[in-house]
Design a binder for this molecule. Structure first.
Ligand code: CAA
Length: 396
């Protein structure tokens, strides 16, 4: 038993298809995204043209079956893509992640065949943009505590939805949203239901787009429901089963954010490595000094430890999907460690660059700002620690 564990391969094997995907995404990210990343960061404009191109490449629904307009690949393919896109620009990877993980997965796992056909296809193919809405102005980490409401009409045909949801990534451009709201407030988290929302419907509007510290090209806003009539056919899963859907989907999403964090960290690390080789001080490259070497060693070690945790989470997810189990702890550990590693690596990489790192003429300060959100969204570092510890201790 122990031997088997110890000899387990460190990484999932890359197939020829993975290698081809990796080469294509690397080429695309380097050619189309990296050159415009700083410009979009500065303007906060949503990069619709490159997002459409990601759709044409099949990247907006990587794990969705081809029958629903996706690329029919696996979680490793999603992770490899996230790392490469995030290395070029974290904002693009945020849009990609929400579309793939938070929007599509829930419908694939909990939807009826008709819902999968209608709601996954346009978003997985990249023609439309998907979003996920859980957070409210007065509830973030305490996700089960919601003020928004959905009430079934007398005819039993529609739910009337009212309330405000906040921090919805991609909302200003989303055509479709997976929404969590209360249908029976007295039942607390068991009174939450998931709805499939078409944003073109009457009674739906958007609040202001949030001005953000980082990932500035990924648009985030409030959304407002004012007597929005949602047909009962658009309830996803069971009435009252929304919280479980939200949590199940976040487990997968957290692997994606771990990969995003790793991509940002790798970009900063590679820039630091180049700089340490080239920059001269006191008559030698700064990389020849032990204080810089220590930073390089610690950055590299954290990146590779993060990668190992991501691979472990992928394997745990595959096992869980095959057996009906969960991979919550592994996903949270990967997200926690990689997001904190990204903070450390981007900070040290900027430090190695000195004043140049602080300048907007180099991408270091953007990596540093972009990394910050990974410790907050899809569950803060504090929530990841709570989840890991509760599961380890067998507590609820
Ligand atoms: N998978 C499946 N079910 C789960 C689960 C999981 N990972 N985690 C919990 N559950 C189930 C429990 O088994 C329990 O089920 P029962 O009703 O059968 O008892 C139920 O959910 C309630 O569980 P808890 O008692 O543990 O719930 P809690 O209220 O204590 O909260 C929490 C747990 C982990 C703190 C959760 O609220 C949480 O994850 N909070 C953070 C939310 C978050 O990540 N928000 C970010 C939103 S997305 C975003 O960032 C914006 C964006 O657009 C990217």
């Amino acid at each position: 038993m122990v031997l088997k564990e110890m000899t387990r391969p460190l990484s999932p094997a890359l197939t020829e298809e993975h290698e081809m995907l990796l080469a294509a995404v690397r080429d695309f990210a380097g050619r189309e995204i990296a050159p415009v990343a700083a410009e979009y960061d500065e303007s906060s404009e949503f990069p619709i043209d490159t997002v459409r191109k990601m759709g044409e490449m099949g990247l907006m629904g990587i794990e969705m079956p081809e029958a629903y307009g996706g690329a029919g690949m696996d979680t490793l393919a999603h992770v490899l893509t996230m790392i490469e896109i995030a290395k070029a620009d974290a904002s693009h990877s945020t849009i990609l992640s929400v579309n793939n993980s938070l929007y599509c997965n829930g419908i694939l796992w909990f939807g009826t065949e008709a819902q999968k056909q209608e709601w996954i296809r346009p978003v997985a193919s990249g023609e439309e943009i998907g979003a996920y809405s859980l957070t409210e102005p007065m509830s973030g980490s305490d996700a089960g505590n919601m003020a928004s409401r959905a009430v079934l009409n007398e005819a039993g045909t529609h739910y009337l939805i009212n309330g405000r949801k906040s921090w919805v990534t991609s909302a200003p451009f989303a055509d479709r949203i997976v929404l969590f709201t209360m249908t029976a407030a007295e039942e607390k988290h068991r009174g939450i239901t998931c709805f499939l929302i078409d944003t073109r419907g009457a009674g739906f509007s958007r609040g202001k787009t949030e001005p953000k510290l980082g990932i500035r090209a990924s648009a985030t806003s409030e959304i407002i429901f004012d007597n929005y009539a949602c047909p009962v056919e658009n309830v996803l899963g069971a009435v009252g089963g929304g919280f479980k859907i939200a949590m199940t989907v976040l487990d997968a999403g957290r692997i994606g954010i771990a990969a995003q964090s790793l991509g940002i960290a790798e970009a900063a690390y590679e820039a630091a490595l180049d700089h340490a080789r080239e920059r001269q001080a006191f008559g030698a490259p700064i990389g020849s000094y032990q204080m810089i070497q220590q930073k390089i060693a610690d950055m590299k070690t954290r990146i590779e430890a993060g990668r190992a945790l991501i691979y472990q989470a992928i394997l745990a997810k595959e096992r869980a999907l095959a057996t009906g189990g969960r991979y919550t702890t592994e996903a949270s550990m990967a997200k926690l460690f990689c997001s904190e590693a990204a903070a450390y690596v981007t900070d040290e990489a900027l430090q190695i660059h000195g004043g140049m790192g602080y300048s907007k003429e180099m991408p270091l300060e953007r990596y540093y700002r972009d990394a910050r959100i990974t410790r907050i969204y899809e569950g803060t570092s504090e929530i990841q620690r709570l989840v890991i510890a509760r599961n380890e201790l067998g507590l609820r």
